[in-house]
Design a protein around this ligand. Structure first.
Ligand code: ADP
Length: 270
């Protein structure tokens, strides 16, 4: 009976359609809720340094006949404005990574160069905390990606490793590659991450110890940016940690085959 065939076919189809619509609406609601949360968080996070700068500038005016106080307030203003500037930069970076063309362009990138640049950029932080950063990487590993983004990702991991380490500690950056991917690992001997928090540290604005961030100057956005950069490259980031002993973060980036590896290595001029 053709009617029967039609009925049995249409019924589940309709069911699927309704289900698909409901799922779509649920997803829409979830995306909207996440967006609203993010905007609320951003406003809150921006208000803190902006408010502090306003109060401190009042204090500078009030204390104009006390040069020592003026200097003290001015230094705090500098710190708050640095924080504000990092925050704005990271928010822009995150929204770019969530936009329509997050990778922007992909070129062959020599991993050794990126790691070296990221380690160099953190030299002052390392020096301030008396932390030694070592890096070892094969010269000929190349991935297809956005150099600037990969440098930001590695830089964020190295910066965290330094920030959450005790003075005198060592941070090791190692790189290894196989046919499919290159893995950049950053290992520290720092405070580690409690098991109860480890699943959440890649969320935007999540911090294990929110009270601590005022002294470390962190924004809670660094790892979220690393996660997005890994994802837009088709890779991922994972973490192993023992509280009180240290952590290892591993950024895995696909190699991207059929690339002119020799050309890009030769172009480096070293
Ligand atoms: P933040 O700017 O606060 O460092 P991140 O997104 O980079 O933000 O990291 C989120 C949180 O994860 C940090 O606040 C910290 O609690 C924890 N974390 C990140 N890296 C490390 C690390 N190497 N060792 C210990 N804790 C870490």
């Amino acid at each position: 009976y053709p009617t029967r065939t039609v009925v049995t076919r249409v019924a589940p189809l309709r069911g699927q359609l309704v289900l698909a619509l409901i799922e779509d609406r649920t997803r829409e609601h979830r995306v909207e809720a996440v967006r609203r949360d993010f905007v609320a968080n951003v406003s809150h996070e921006l208000k803190t340094p902006v408010g502090a700068i306003r109060l401190l500038s009042d204090a500078v005016v009030e204390a104009s006949d006390d040069p020592e106080a003026v200097e003290r307030f001015a230094r705090r203003m500098m710190k708050e404005s640095e924080r504000l500037s990092t925050l704005v930069q990271q928010i822009i970076e995150l929204s770019r990574l969530q936009g329509d063309d997050p990778l922007e362009h992909a070129d062959p990138v020599v991993v050794a160069d990126v790691v070296e640049a990221a380690v160099d950029a953190s030299a002052i932080d390392a020096q301030n905390r008396d932390v030694t950063v070592s890096h070892a990487t094969a010269e000929d590993l190349v991935v297809l990606g956005n150099r600037e983004q990969i440098e930001i990702a590695v830089g964020n991991l190295v910066k965290n490793a330094i920030t959450y380490s005790p003075t005198g500690a060592t941070v090791a950056v190692t790189v290894r590659g196989d046919d499919d991917a290159v893995e950049i690992s950053v290992t520290d001997q720092g405070i580690g991450i409690p098991a109860t928090d480890i699943d959440r540290i890649f969320e935007r604005f999540y911090r294990v110890d929110p009270a601590r961030h005022r002294s470390t100057g962190g924004t809670g956005l660094g790892l979220s940016i690393v996660k997005h950069i890994a994802a837009v490259h088709g890779g991922d980031v994972s973490v192993w940690s023992v509280e009180g002993q240290g952590s290892t973060f591993r950024l895995r980036l696909p190699r991207g085959h059929d690339m002119p590896h020799e050309d890009v290595l030769a172009e480096r001029g070293d």
